[in-house]
Design a protein around this ligand. Structure first.
Ligand code: SAM
Length: 303
């Protein structure tokens, strides 16, 4: 491990400014940990890889690691994993890397679940745009109540990652809970009503908001997870809110992560549809989430 520390120290010394530009806030200590975990994953089974000199000598994979760092590849895509809500998730370039602030959405969802009292059926939860499954699986894992969770995504490749994560975490989830994956647009054709719907949808306007996005996010993370065309933005969210409204039971709750510049407009739209609700802030006091309640037992038609 001494060798790894020395190599990371050397790499850092060569161009610290550029490394910190690619990886804001990164430390040498963190890089050593990530390199160790990368090597362990690559060379987990030394017997399988006994002919792989990159494993035996270590050096080939170390060079691969540094070369990816030079290109600015996000650490989660290099190591193939990321931590979210105290759980480890498999991550590939087909899914968004789960963000720390999204844990607030999970916390809020768990608070809402505590308040729901039903006895005749399981609490039904939907996660729209599940990606790696980070939100849905964290809720399933941490909930004190048995749940029936439906996770949707438009991306087939993302859903494969969500499925893998479910298999990895299944043992830590209440066996009475269920997890279903559906490939669809938002909640289209998903049957039945839900007590709670959560979502971290793509919410960046492709042109207007692009200057505020880190260049490596644009370069490496899936566009479908990030952007909505500016001209389609309002219609996209209008459709989402209508689908959600009609899929909630009366008194059902919708919690959504969104863009700080657009949440007030979305709240206005939600009020027009029939929701009551508010914008919630994150730990840095930035507008970050919508919490909406469907107060009436009705269905509405977009028109
Ligand atoms: C911001 S990512 C969130 C991923 C994950 N829930 C998280 O919080 O880390 C948005 C996700 O929505 C999915 N998505 C984009 N358009 C969609 C649509 N029309 N219907 C369903 N999912 C969609 C993307 O594939 C992506 O996985």
């Amino acid at each position: 491990m001494e060798i790894l520390s020395k190599q990371v120290h050397k790499f850092f010394g060569q161009d610290e400014r550029r490394i910190k530009e690619h990886y804001p806030g990164i430390t040498e200590k963190r890089l050593i940990e990530e390199l160790e975990s990368f090597l362990v994953a690559k060379c987990r089974d030394i017997f399988v890889y006994k002919d792989d000199t990159r494993c035996i000598e270590g050096s080939g994979y170390i060079q691969e690691f540094f070369s990816k760092l030079n290109d600015g590849v996000p650490l989660a895509y290099i190591t193939g994993k990321s931590h979210f809500y105290n759980l480890e998730f498999v991550i590939t370039p087909d899914v968004l890397i789960p963000r720390f602030e999204t844990e607030i959405l999970v916390e809020q969802a768990l608070k809402e679940l505590q308040k729901i009292i039903i006895t005749d059926t399981k609490i039904r939860v939907a996660d729209i745009g599940t990606g790696s499954g980070a939100i849905a699986l964290s809720i399933l894992q941490a909930s004190a109540k048995s749940l029936s969770v439906v996770a949707t995504d438009i991306s087939e490749k993302a859903l494969k990652v969500a499925k893998k994560n479910y298999f990895m975490l299944e043992f830590s989830i209440d066996p009475k809970s269920t997890f279903e994956i559906v490939q669809t647009d938002k909640l289209r054709n998903v049957e039945g009503k839900f007590h709670l719907i959560v979502s971290n949808p793509p919410y960046i306007r492709a042109i207007e908001d692009r200057p505020f996005v880190h260049k490596n996010v644009i370069k490496f993370e899936p566009a479908v997870a990030l952007f909505i065309e500016d001209a389609k933005y309002d219609d996209w969210f209008r459709e989402l809110l209508f689908q959600v409204y009609n899929s909630l039971y009366a008194e059902g709750i919708f919690i959504m992560e969104g863009h700080e510049f657009h949440l007030d407009d979305l709240l206005e739209l939600a009020n027009e549809i029939g929701f009551t609700g508010s914008v919630l802030k994150d730990l840095t006091n930035r507008k970050r989430f919508l919490r909406l309640v469907k107060t009436k037992n009705e269905e509405v038609v977009d028109g």
